[in-house]
Write a protein that binds this ligand. Sequence first.
Ligand SMILES: Nc1ncnc2c1ncn2[C@@H]1O[C@H](COP(=O)(O)OP(=O)(O)OP(=O)(O)O)[C@@H](O)[C@H]1O
Ligand SMILES: [Mg+2]
Length: 317
Amino acid sequence: MPQKSKLIVDSLQAHYITKQGIIKAVDNVSFEIIGNESFGIAGETASGKSTLGLALLRSLQPPGKILGGEIILNGQDISKISDEQFDKTIRWKRIAMVFQGAMNTLDPVYTIGSQMNEIIKEHRINPKQESLISNSLRQVGLDPSIAARYPHELSGGMKQRVVIAMALLLDPEIIIADEPTTALDVLVQAQIIELLKTLRREKGLTVILITHDLNLILEFADKIGIMYAGQLVEFGSSRDIYNCPKHPYTQALIASIPRLHSVNKDLQFISGSPPNMLEPPAGCKFISRCPFAKELCQKDPPQVMTENGFVRCWLYK
Ligand SMILES: Nc1ncnc2c1ncn2[C@@H]1O[C@H](COP(=O)(O)OP(=O)(O)OP(=O)(O)O)[C@@H](O)[C@H]1O
Ligand SMILES: [Mg+2]
């Protein structure tokens, strides 16, 4: 029996329309998640990872704007429904997000419980709030008594668990976690990743993990998307991308991962820097850093299908 697609994103466009010009932070991005596969989005800073997450949740703030594309969730085109309907039926209820840096923006003057309560009140969910809050806290491995504590009384790891618990409050199917481990030490980082894995296994939650740390994603995700200058330049299974990266940018990223047992201990770094997003080059955005660049690359590269995904590069056409 064919597996049901959970989330199909087709040609999504999300831009920032600034006084200086238009920044195509999400430029024609497409991918598909099947069942409760975990999906990892990796890429350098400013490549558009957070904008993609925010666009999926329709939570972009001005000057950010969604300009096109389709988002199909379990067969329903949620890009076509009204903002009011999206608010009522999708945001937090079916797709939730742990925003980048959220653990640092917990309000210092309110207890964890009252901050969680606000989310419940906003969605006018009926009573039994206490048990909703307790359940969410338990799901992330925290004792419900944490609800009475203030953010400053908690460690970084506990705060990160709290913001994950907040995202789980309304029992979503998909959770987007944007850099959930960045500010944490390695041990706590591993615990948070373990928690996300457990939530997926035990609740059947689909997790979209956004991070600049490719190592973390390779360890966590079934599918990976590599972003560069607003575009998804490669998409495929984690194993394929690790063993046989196709896009020259992905190849460089994989080559820059330190390997414990590698004979060649010389790490490779990618020379040059990403393009100015206000004036990106025509054609392939990686052209100025690519060792294989040729004249053809000045034209927009095609999205070439691979076994489990695609690569956006002229080398494969
Ligand atoms: N509010 C905004 N106004 C204008 N431009 C923005 C805004 N937010 C983001 N951008 C631009 O959009 C592009 C993508 O930014 P985004 O934050 O999505 O990248 P990112 O991959 O999440 O980066 P990081 O790894 O640093 O979190 C960047 O060029 C950024 O400068
Ligand atoms: Mg970001």
